[in-house]
Structure formats: structure tokens, C-alpha cells
Design a binder for this molecule. Structure first.
Ligand code: NAD
Length: 355
């Protein structure tokens, strides 16, 4: 077992995960486990995880996907927990991807004014991003993460062995956030992602370890995102626009990481345009992103339609949009104001690369 930060542990195998949970559970009056149906049917059933950790835990299973991140589901869960007799001395264990940790973390943070929870991430994205950092939340009226809390998990226990069940499209989506962390760190971190998503489990585990340590260091310095934590939004401003537009387009919705990968294409180009990033660096990584992420077709998206989504971004000022840009690898700049027309031009160019 390796400690990656004060509340994040990485275990080598299933036995390590079970033993850690068995040490934690006895301190609590009761335990609730939250997961989604896919994770229950693959990961939990195949490993017999639940029987190994507690035969008396109350199990809640939600539908997979963003729709479960809603206040309605929070109410249903709270009702279930009340009926199961859970109280302030209960523990919630969230086993799943970012949907489960965002939903379960949020529900736990408000149930009985807040009870403790442990995250056991099962997707690459939740291991390196969603389950660490203390942001929880649900969506409201189609807009993402509008209601939530800053509440750190008591513990996050990472076992990368879960990734063997994860579909490759989901794995690549998580890799986009690893790449984002590498751009923000530069140096050795970029060398670690240089060959693409590692096929070898040990190299993948090293990548997860490095990525979590980086995210944790940023979050620890600025939990409430007053300043430096904003750098973690690199690629996300336009990324969220791609994600929202894909829900309206006549095709399958894009995954979060796919949208972030496309958003980073725009952010790299804007970084060259206004922050002095080397054009050679941007061109090299643009090619890398196009070759490594299988970003879906843009199906009818236009620069104008994407700009509509950007107009509602909370970070805007007047006719300018605020971005995280890279001056150099490892040297991000946040709150960079850019004229909307410059953004539209780069979005147009990126759309032509993706179509
Ligand atoms: P997800 O939770 O929807 O999981 C993706 C899919 O994989 C689901 O269908 C799930 O059932 C399935 N799955 C999970 N683990 C599996 C496994 N090991 N084997 C097989 N199938 C498995 O998606 P995600 O990408 O993990 O998370 C996305 C969510 O995370 C979004 O809602 C996003 O807003 C949120 N998020 C939150 C933060 C944060 O800081 N709180 C950061 C980034 C993203």
C-alpha cells in the first residue's frame, strides 16, 4: 500500500483493498455502499467485493450515467438511508466512476448535516480526478454540477486492477485528464504520457500515482478554487461546450474526456496566439491528441453553436472569455481574457480538424 496524500491510498491488489476497508469499517455503526448497475454487474460481482468487506452493508444501486446525478436521486438515496437506520455515525462507501463519487459524496455531505464517506474509484477518470479533490455535486436542469459541496472523502482507496473491466473508450476518456495534468506539470510528467495510454498495468499504475499526486498538490494549495486550482480547468472551457453541444447533436454524446481533449486542442492554439507557447510544442501535441483520443465526429456542430454555450460560462467578462492557457509546459496561466472572436476563429479551425 502506498500513501499518495493524507487521504489517498493506492493498494496493489484486491486483498490490499479488502484489508484496508476491513480496518476502517468497524469504527462505524452502519455502512451504506453506493454503486451503479454496470459496476455492480462487472466489478462487484466478479470480485465478490461486497461479501469480502461486509455482509450487513446497505447496498444502493443507481442507473449508470449522468442522469443519476440529480436532486431526485439524492432524495431517494437519503430516504433509503433513513429507512435503513443510518445515522451520523454511518459510513458511505462509493464504488464506481465519477458519477457515483459526485452523487454519493454530495448525498453523504448533506445527509444528517454530513456523514463520512470513502471513495473507491473504478474508472481512470475518477481515480485521477473525480474522486480526489473534494468536489461533489449533481446536475440541475441539464446544466452540470450546479448544486454541490466541497467535501473531502475520509479516504480514497485506489486499485488500478479495476481498470481491466473498463471499456477502452472510457479508459481513453480518463487519459485525457492525465494528459491535462502533464501539460500543467511539464517535464517528467509529459514524458510519462508521451507514448499514449500505457497498455502495461504497472506503467498505468505509475501514471495514476503521478497524476493523483499532482492533482492533490494543486487542491491542497487552494481547496475552494479561489486562485491556483483554476489551472485544472485547462481545456474545460471549450470542452464543456463540446460536451453540451454533443447532447444536442444527432449522434452519441461525447464522454467528458473526449470533450476535454477537443477543448485542449483549442486551448493549445489560443496559448500560441496570446500566451507565447511554442508553435512546435502545440503542433506536436495537437497531432498526439488527434491520434490518441478517437474524438467523435462533430455532427453538425458549428463555431457559432459552440460559442452560444461559451457565452453562458460563469468566467466571462463582457465580450471576452476567460481561459487557462499555457505559457510553457508546466507554466499555466489562469483568468486569461481573450476576445470572443479570437476564440471563435480557433474553434472553427479545430472543428475542421475533427470533421
Ligand atoms: P461514469 O461514472 O459515468 O463511469 C463511466 C461508465 O463506466 C459508466 O457506465 C460506469 O457504469 C462504467 N464503469 C465504471 N467503472 C467500471 C469498471 N471498472 N468496469 C466497467 N465499467 C465501469 O464516468 P466517469 O468518467 O468516471 O466520471 C464522469 C463524471 O465525473 C462526470 O459526471 C463528471 O462531471 C464528474 N467529474 C467530477 C470531478 C470532480 O472533481 N468532482 C472531476 C471530473 C469529473
Amino acid at each position: 500500500m502506498i500513501r499518495l496524500s493524507d487521504n489517498v491510498l493506492m493498494v496493489n491488489d484486491m486483498a490490499g483493498l479488502v484489508s484496508r476497508l476491513r480496518r476502517r469499517i468497524p469504527g462505524f455503526a452502519s455502512v451504506g455502499v453506493l454503486t451503479d448497475r454496470n459496476v455492480e454487474e462487472t466489478v462487484i460481482e466478479q470480485t465478490g467485493l461486497l461479501q469480502k468487506i461486509s455482509s450487513s452493508a446497505h447496498m444502493s444501486v443507481v442507473k449508470p450515467g449522468e442522469a443519476s446525478k440529480s436532486l431526485t436521486v439524492v432524495e431517494q438515496l437519503s430516504q433509503e438511508w433513513l429507512e435503513a437506520g443510518m445515522d451520523r455515525n454511518s459510513l458511505i462507501i462509493n464504488i464506481g466512476g465519477g458519477v457515483v463519487s459526485d452523487l454519493g459524496g454530495f448525498a453523504a455531505s448533506i445527509f444528517k448535516r454530513g456523514i463520512r464517506f470513502i471513495n473507491i474509484p473504478t474508472t481512470l477518470l475518477s481515480m485521477i480526478d473525480a474522486s480526489v479533490g473534494g468536489k461533489t455535486g449533481v446536475n440541475l436542469g441539464g446544466a452540470k454540477n450546479q448544486i454541490g459541496t466541497f467535501s473531502r472523502a475520509d479516504e480514497v482507496i485506489i486499485w488500478t486492477g479495476f481498470l481491466k473491466w473498463l471499456p477502452s473508450r472510457e479508459l481513453k476518456s480518463g487519459f485525457a485528464e492525465c494528459l491535462k495534468h502533464a501539460f500543467l506539470q511539464g517535464g517528467e510528467a509529459l514524458r510519462l504520457v508521451n507514448h499514449g495510454l500505457p497498455a502495461d498495468p504497472a506503467t498505468l499504475a505509475s501514471l495514476v500515482e503521478a497524476s493523483v499526486k499532482f492533482k492533490d498538490s494543486v487542491v491542497n494549495a487552494d481547496l475552494y478554487e479561489i486562485g491556483q486550482r483554476k489551472i485544472l480547468n485547462f481545456g474545460h472551457t471549450v470542452g464543456h461546450a463540446f460536451e453540451s453541444a454533443s447532447l444536442l447533436a444527432n449522434a452519441e454524446p461525447w464522454l467528458h474526456g473526449e470533450a476535454v481533449a477537443a477543448g485542449m486542442l483549442v486551448a493549445l492554439r489560443l496559448s500560441v496566439r496570446v500566451a507565447g507557447l511554442s508553435p512546435d510544442f502545440a503542433a506536436k501535441w495537437e497531432e498526439f491528441i488527434l491520434n490518441n483520443f478517437s474524438i467523435p465526429k462533430t455532427c453538425g456542430m458549428t463555431s457559432m453553436s459552440l460559442m452560444q454555450f461559451l457565452r453562458y460560462d460563469k468566467k466571462n467578462v463582457g465580450n471576452s472569455l476567460r481561459f487557462v492557457l499555457l505559457k510553457e509546459p508546466g507554466m499555466p496561466l489562469f483568468d486569461q481574457e481573450i476576445a470572443a472572436e479570437s476564440v471563435r476563429e480557433e474553434v472553427e479551425l479545430v472543428l475542421s480538424l475533427l470533421s
